[in-house]
Design a protein around this ligand. Structure first.
Ligand SMILES: Nc1ncnc2c1ncn2[C@@H]1O[C@H](COP(=O)(O)OP(=O)(O)OP(=O)(O)O)[C@@H](O)[C@H]1O
Length: 257
C-alpha cells in the first residue's frame, strides 16, 4: 500500500471534523474523497500532509509514519498537494513557478550558488529541462514565459499541478482541481490525471464534479459529517442508497448513469 490512513479523528474545539476514518490506497490508484461541503475532505488532506496533527489515528506512507513530521518533511518523503484556492506566484513566469516547486529536490549548497560552480550550472540546466518536461505534460510549454497571473483559470490549475509534480511526488493530492473549469478544461484535466497515473504516481482526489470523479477514480470514500458512509468502486458508490440519500441526490442519478 502506498497510503494507509488509520482511524483518523480530528476535533477543532467543539467541531468533530473527522471521526475514525480509515482507508488504504494502492500504487497508481486514483482514489476519490467525496462528500457534501464540510464533510471533512480538506481536513483529511491537511492531516495527511501534516499541516496539523490528528486528534487520534495515524497516516502511513510507503511504510513510513507521516504523523508527527513537519509539512516539508512530508513533501521530501514524496507527498505533494494542490489547494482549493490557487496558490501560484502571480508575478513569476509559468516556468519559474514550476522551478520553484523543485526546490526540495535540489542539492547545490550556498557556496556553489555564489560561485556558480560547474555542478551548480549543471543542476540549473537539469531543473529547467525537468520543468519544461512537466509543462509539456500539463500542456503549458508554449506559455512558459507568460506571467502566471495572465493565464486562464484552467491553465492556472494545471500549472499548480505541474508545480506540485516538480517535487517528484509518489502521492499527489488534488483538492478540487476541476472547480471553476468549463467542460473543455475539465476534459483536459481528465486526460492529465490519466497521464499522471500512467507515470505510476498515486492520486488522491477531492472533487465535486461527479461525472469526472466517477470516470477517473478507481475507488472512492464518501464522507458525511466527518464519518465514512461508503467506500468502493464508482459503480458500488453510485448504487449505494445511503450515498444517494446523503450526497448524490436523486435528481443527479441520471447524470451518473
Ligand atoms: N482549521 C480549522 N479550524 C476550525 N474548524 C475547522 C478548520 N478546518 C476545518 N474546520 C471545520 O471542519 C469541518 C470540515 O471542514 P473541511 O474543510 O474539511 O470540509 P470539506 O469536506 O473539505 O468541505 P468543502 O467541500 O466545503 O471544502 C467544517 O465544519 C469546518 O468548519
Amino acid at each position: 500500500m502506498v497510503l494507509e490512513v488509520r482511524g483518523i479523528t480530528k476535533r477543532f474545539g467543539g467541531i468533530q471534523a473527522l471521526t475514525d476514518v480509515t482507508f488504504q490506497v494502492g500504487k497508481g490508484e486514483v482514489f476519490g474523497l467525496i462528500g457534501p461541503n464540510g464533510a471533512g475532505k480538506t481536513t483529511m488532506f491537511n492531516i495527511i500532509t501534516s499541516m496539523f496533527p490528528p486528534t487520534m489515528g495515524e497516516v502511513i506512507f510507503m511504510g513510513k509514519k507521516l504523523t508527527g513530521l513537519k509539512p516539508h518533511e512530508v513533501t521530501e518523503a514524496g507527498v505533494c498537494r494542490t489547494f482549493q484556492n490557487i496558490r501560484l506566484f502571480p508575478e513569476m513566469t509559468v516556468l519559474e513557478n514550476v522551478t520553484v516547486g523543485q526546490h526540495c529536490r535540489t542539492k547545490s549548497g550556498v557556496w556553489s550558488s555564489v560561485f556558480r560552480t560547474g555542478a551548480q550550472k549543471q543542476e540549473e540546466k537539469s531543473i529547467r529541462e525537468k520543468a519544461l518536461e512537466l509543462l509539456r505534460l500539463v500542456g503549458l510549454e508554449e506559455l512558459q514565459d507568460t506571467f502566471a497571473d495572465n493565464l486562464a483559470y484552467g491553465q492556472q490549475r494545471r500549472l499548480e499541478i505541474a508545480r506540485a509534480l516538480a517535487s517528484d511526488p509518489k502521492l499527489l493530492l488534488l483538492d478540487e482541481p476541476a472547480a471553476g473549469m468549463n467542460e473543455s478544461e475539465t476534459k483536459d484535466l481528465f486526460d492529465l490525471i490519466q497521464n499522471i497515473k500512467k507515470l505510476g504516481i498515486t492520486v488522491l482526489l477531492i472533487e465535486h464534479d461527479m461525472p469526472l470523479v466517477m470516470r477517473i477514480c478507481d475507488r472512492l470514500i464518501v464522507l458525511n459529517f466527518g464519518k465514512e458512509i461508503a467506500q468502493g468502486t464508482p459503480e458500488e458508490i453510485k448504487n449505494n442508497p445511503e450515498v444517494i440519500e446523503a450526497y448524490l441526490g436523486r435528481e443527479e442519478e441520471e447524470d451518473l448513469a
